[in-house]
Design a protein around this ligand. Structure first.
Ligand SMILES: O=C(O)CCC(=O)C(=O)O
Ligand SMILES: [Fe+2]
Ligand SMILES: [Mn+2]
Length: 221
């Protein structure tokens, strides 16, 4: 019979929605790249998608330039929300941000179609502060983080619908992040078929910048 000690050893590498190139990077990013599966209830997922759908549908998917980070997407910066959605966003704030952090006044809503994807990038340090927190709706996806100086160091996050991810500190500044396209959408051996995915992303303002001084952040921050 296996003792509890052995069981603990076997499950040590971390939660089943985070994988990495090794124990050192998993340990270092333990609090910097976080996934909370099931953060949203089914009712909350529906509240958000019902509210977002009509606004998104007015826009056309963009494919843009060969060097753009995001392909097959439409997006909006949303600052007016229903009361039910405001309560959800308040929970995100409490879960992801510290009391000293100010958030960008509008929330980034990104709709990736089934063949849409996001190439590796680091969010602009001019417009975004130390913390990025995103809710995922509709389709699961895999977010990959790769160290910008040490490409052998990586992390993969399994983002199920209803999950919240948080990137802060080193995960946000020292690693690029990307959302894998359908053909490459694997979490380890496990195939994660990509459908349409909507993300709702809250970001902190760069330190020392008041809410009125942020200027106009670019569409994809
Ligand atoms: O869709 C997401 O969760 C991430 C989007 C992203 O990386 C960005 O807009 O900079
Ligand atoms: Fe990003
Ligand atoms: Mn961006």
């Amino acid at each position: 019979m296996a003792g509890t000690g052995l069981l603990a050893l076997r499950t040590l590498p971390g939660p089943s929605w985070v994988r990495g190139s090794g124990p050192s990077v998993l340990n270092r990013l333990r609090d910097a790249a976080v996934v909370q599966p099931g953060f949203l209830s089914t009712a909350e997922e529906e509240t958000l998608s019902r509210e977002l759908e009509p606004e998104l549908r007015r826009r056309r998917y963009e494919y843009d330039h060969w060097d753009a980070a995001i392909h097959g997407f439409r997006e909006t910066e949303k600052s007016r929300w229903s009361e039910a959605s405001r309560a959800i966003l308040q929970r995100v704030r409490a879960a992801a941000f510290g009391p000293g952090q100010t958030l960008l006044s509008s929330v980034h809503v990104l709709d990736l179609e089934a063949r849409g994807y996001i190439k590796p990038h680091v969010d602009s340090i001019k417009f975004c502060g130390a913390t990025i927190a995103g809710l995922s709706l509709l389709s699961p996806s895999v977010m990959r983080l790769v160290h910008t100086q040490e490409p052998g160091e990586w992390l993969e996050l399994l983002l199920e619908p209803g999950s919240l991810y948080i990137l802060r500190g080193s995960a946000r500044y020292d690693f690029s992040h990307e959302i894998l396209r359908d053909e490459e959408s694997f979490f380890g051996e496990r195939r994660i078929p990509r459908g349409r995915r909507i993300s709702v992303i809250c970001r902190s303002l760069p330190e020392g910048m008041g809410p009125g001084e942020s200027g106009q952040p670019p569409a994809a921050c």
